[in-house]
Design a protein around this ligand. Sequence first.
Ligand code: ZN
Length: 237
Amino acid sequence: MTGICALCHHEAPLRHSHIIPELIYKPMYDDKHRFMQMGSIKPGIKYHQKGLREHLLCQPCETHLSISENYVSEFLGSMGGYEVERKEQLSLLAGLDYKHIRIFFLSVLWRMSVSSLPMFKNVSLGVHEEVMRQMLAADDPGLPQDYGFLAVIPYIDGEFCKDWLLQPDWIRFQNRRLYRAVIGGILYLFVASRRPPVMPHPSVFIQRSGEWIIQHQDVRQIPHLKQWLDEASLLNR
Ligand SMILES: [Zn+2]
């Protein structure tokens, strides 16, 4: 299928691109090669035979983004090649590749915004979509607070649920939009603004030095996830 590539804007054969790259789904496939998707509006469990895809990018752009994807795949999969220090509810990561992590997660947010799939209908970046497209096309990771994003690992009754995918939504946060998505069991919070919000510590956004603080929280401390799980009757009483 030929069309206009969403990233480089050239006319080219379009790949059946993943909105959320396969590498994040991989650990989520069960033995029947399905992953669990839980909708945030009407609770219920649906199965998809494949990841959510759309004709979106040309092959050179797929290849361009795959460099950061490969890095993040190893980061999420092996948890090696960098340092982790655990301090109570926090993991202090060091030695990460700032550029690859920034490009990867910004590309996921941007793809969700560009996508016409119903799953991502709540993600609409407006003027930021074009700014982010130019950053991605130029391989420019920007500053830590440019569209900064946080990662929180929720535990459900003490367990990390790596097969959890929750439809993205957004809330107002310090007069900015904050997009929320659970992907592969990890809650990602994206600030859709280049004006830095007030954060408890700068390193909740990955820093150029390669430091990134990831929080661990019982899901009962995360109101919107607790509410969703309560409605789906998935929490132990
Ligand atoms: Zn392209």
